[in-house]
Design a protein around this ligand. Sequence first.
Ligand code: F6R
Length: 239
Amino acid sequence: MKLVVDTPERIAELAAQQYVDLISAKPNAVLGFATGSTPLDLYAELVRQNRAGAVSFRHVTTFNLDEYLDMGGEQEQSYRYFMNKSLFEHIDIAMERTFLPAGELLENGDPASYDRLIESVGGIDVQLLGIGHNGHIGFNEPGTPFGTLTHVAELAESTVLANARFFDSMDEVPRVAATMGIKSVMNARSIIMVILGSAKAEIAKAALQGPVTEAVPASVLQLHPSVTWYVDHEAAKLL
Ligand code: F6R
């Protein structure tokens, strides 16, 4: 495990450099991406590096962690829309090699086929993660067994509330989503976890230094052989 405590700006640069290094060594790398506010600076930095010619995404394949069910990619709150607008449309990526779990689910009705698809291209080289205030990763809420693969998950009330900021009314906030499971995440060869802001200080401590428990899904990362935790000064204040 590697812990890097720095400013959000520097974290975006350092994490982006990990992608640049990986892709220059392996142009057809397989990348696991996340949505939410945490990766926005990192995505902006990847766009900058791509435009500057420091990295090309032409041969990569990407898999996102999660997607709301029953939401088309044209809907602004969908994670497909988020990824297109914050990253994919601005880089030289092949859109047909960018995957989110809902589309795959709809095609064949079997969520775990997403894991098989990931496996069929050689597995994820680096999985990016953010953390929920309750310790969730993807939409694996507290209590999710560590052995789960991609599945349909019911969102915790606190997650529904946290997501409400993107919708006009509470009624519109989705209650279910397809998400890679904890095992799907742990199958990645390496993991980048980014934790920003003082509101995440307690959960950062629980995830990094507390017991490994299904009550704090991100604590499972303590068992992974190759995780870089990027924590900003505010989120690291209890470490
Ligand atoms: C997003 C995801 C979530 C977020 C988490 C943190 O794809 O899987 O687990 O990483 O909810 O969200 P933000 O970054 O908005 O604080």
